[in-house]
Design a protein around this ligand. Sequence first.
Ligand code: TYD
Ligand code: MG
Length: 428
Amino acid sequence: MNPKVSVILTSYNKPQTVGKAIDSVLRQTMQEWELFIMDDASNEETAKVINKYLNDKRIHYCNSYVDDQDRYKKTRYAALINQAIPLTTGKYLSYLTDDTEYLPTRLKEMTNFLDRYSNIDIVYSGQMIQHVDNELKLVSMKTRKTKGVLKRAANRVDHCSVLHSRTIAEKVFRKYRSYWDDNPKYWHNGDAAFWSRLNEFEPFYPIHKVLDISYKTPSSFQKLNAFLPPKIPDGILVKGLGSEVYLIDQQKRRQIKDEMFDRLKYNHQKIVAVPDPVLFKYPCGDPIDESIFRNQTIPNQRLIKAEERADLFYLQGNQKRKILDQKAIRRFHFKLEELVHVNQEDIENIADGPHIHSTFSPKFILPDGVIYLEGSDYFLSYKNILHLIHIQVLKKLQFSEAEFVRMTKEERLLFEEGESLLFEIFRK
Ligand code: TYD
Ligand code: MG
């Protein structure tokens, strides 16, 4: 006999909580379920946890084997759910993420409700949200309450608080030729995009109770994505869920080896944690190791100098720009403590760029990666174009106030203004 409910669990690199999510299904008071674990090519640690459950005949497992560089192309969990639905057999469908636990009576109460009211196809419940630290210690919590019968459930009901009939999912499919919309523009609220589709047919009916607990960890997509601009500027150090650190240089990600970190005077405090799909969007560039000196691939936006010489250079666009005077060093807040010593020979092999001096003029080329403050607006210079940037983005990217360079309006108007580096609106 077919199970009553098919639970679709989407999983990616949450070894600390994915087991709790699975346990919460095993502990249900209603046992007529099947569970589809849709794993998005997680790391070994996560696979180890999941493997422990795979002897249970009710539990099915699929691995997407997605390539990391393709992650950003679709809202991954929506793509996984679309892949799962045709494999499921239950009368009802229910969603679970790898950082959420169902309370033991959830499936029973929700299926009882839909069984009792045969004209209703979608039910939702309240949710407890627990913000936790990396060790899963509670930081704060709140409840997401039910809000009555919802004709517009988008952004008001969480992914893991809904159960609906297969029949209504098929209505969505007939209209849209897909169940969930996996367009990546809905990554932060793919559930809301699907709720809107469901709402075209029927409202969501509440069970006025908390029936799931969702953990928000510092590594959840939304936390990591908050205040990130559409493009990460060059010169920023980034890190995903793995331990590797990369430098964004010429819009590629260059892995920086531990031993080169101090050698190039980078600061561990300045590494920005970003979601994996964002990290892997940047193509791989040359790794940053000892070979950068002989290959003229020292990362850009570094200050360099030969031991025995006085000349200082700023690297930009794979060229070296000589800094003409002390005033220019102060003007652009170049940090002498970050000076990298390079052999004179290796310096000579780097192509020359335009000099850097302290006064602006229409012909002057701005140093890349400097933050200017004009009135209350912040701008980042890149390829001699100024990009308006939000203070929250600057904080996310670990810029400090001491780095900001004041500029008058007249000075700013000497330069072209390009696309803004504001952040995309996100749901908390
Ligand atoms: P999560 O990090 O929990 O995001 P949020 O901040 O919105 O809670 O991820 C949500 C779901 O997406 C979760 O079930 C795991 C899944 N997911 C993938 O399947 N692939 C991925 O590459 C990522 C980042 C997440
Ligand atoms: Mg989550």
